[in-house]
Write a protein that binds this ligand. Sequence first.
Ligand SMILES: [Zn+2]
Length: 473
Amino acid sequence: MKYFITAAIPYVNAKPHIGHALEFVQGDVIARYHRILGHDTLYLCGADENALKIVQAAEKAGMEVLPFCDANANLFQSLMKKLDVQLDIFERASSESHHISSKKLWELCEKNGDIYKKAYQGLYCVGCEAFYTQEELNENGECFEHPGKKLDVVTEENYFFRLSRYKNQILKLIESDGVHVVSEIRKNEMIGFLNGDVQDISISRSRERARNWGVEVPKDPSQMMYVWFDALNVYQSGVGFGTDEKQYNTWWPADAHLIGKGILRFHAVYWIAMLLSAGLSLPKEIFVHGYITIGGQKMSKTLGNVIDPLDLIQTFDIDPLRYYFLREMSSIDDADFTIERMSEVYQAHLANELGNLVSRLAKLCESLPLQIFEVPTSFTKQVAQYIVQFALKNGIDHIWDRIVLINKTLTDTKPWEKDEKEKITLLAPLVQELIQVGYDLQPFLPNTAEKIMRRFAGSRITASEPLFPKRTS
Ligand SMILES: [Zn+2]
């Protein structure tokens, strides 16, 4: 069995923030879970580089576009490594393979009669790289993603994609979970959109407006592809669409696209329509997460509250940060981050609940003639079900409830007051359960999980240094 999951490809116009880190970690949990089950697993991400706002950011930084993208793309890849995210493919939209692949996608849609040229005037948000209709804007006529920023009125002759043709087909697919959108709220949002007036979309812009950067339209060098048309195709170009058919046929379609709520329409409607038009297979699931707020406020450069995930890893280490993302934050709705809460959680949940339990239990077992415990061979059923449903928080909640229960049983039964035989009777099932906790934690907190299993399974139990050392800062 194969499992192919993608994370949304970030714009590489700036360095990564904790929102990116959250998504990379969520995808990693799901990918690791499938790897542990022995599935052929592929986790793909990449860089969205063909946007006007990247050209603008490079200009502002006084750099050529490509080296500017190189530098930022490296930061994203290095963040993933530092988060222990096991990524298999990082496909860049500036790569030759991606350009070839995107031209092929265009040609297939064109061959099917879904691409035509017409003059167009519209309100364009540079931040989103998208045209909006008046109804899609807030009461000040601004886009919801970029309030406070005036939209440009842009007129030009562009290529259009016949999105309207696929409206009913996509509506049926989403209603019937043929393309399964998680959560229900997001699914209904798309059903609402598709029940409205769905118009054809512009998929190219003049070479001048694109500042000569991006993927050229096949047979028309005066036009460049609209960034979303080629960006979505990174999911395919990364597995060889148009360049390595064998690899492509092995992996495509994606089993899951993991995305933030702001780009749902592009994935659940535009992308599906493009694939239908090109006669290609459709992704099976789209898992949508919310945004991170910082102390209740939207994260933004203007507010100066953007948090660098590398600083957090430096201060708290990898697993504590992963823990915060997965347990303290909703897997599907907006969720808040504060350093204060991060410190609290480190102390209360990690150092006290789990760390102390591991130390206490190891200490109690150290001198006892206990059996050698074996490593489990499967996940707890409920945890597995939660992961498959993308209910990552429920999964780790379930594990933590059991940690709390082991602690409680230990405190209630007081094995340290008992004779050796009774001690063993009381402690053995607790050790067994803690080892299963370690096994279940593997996709979530890989380092911690390994330490727990190594300490209690496969050989004699020995006490050693705490899992989560006391923090001085
Ligand atoms: Zn916008």
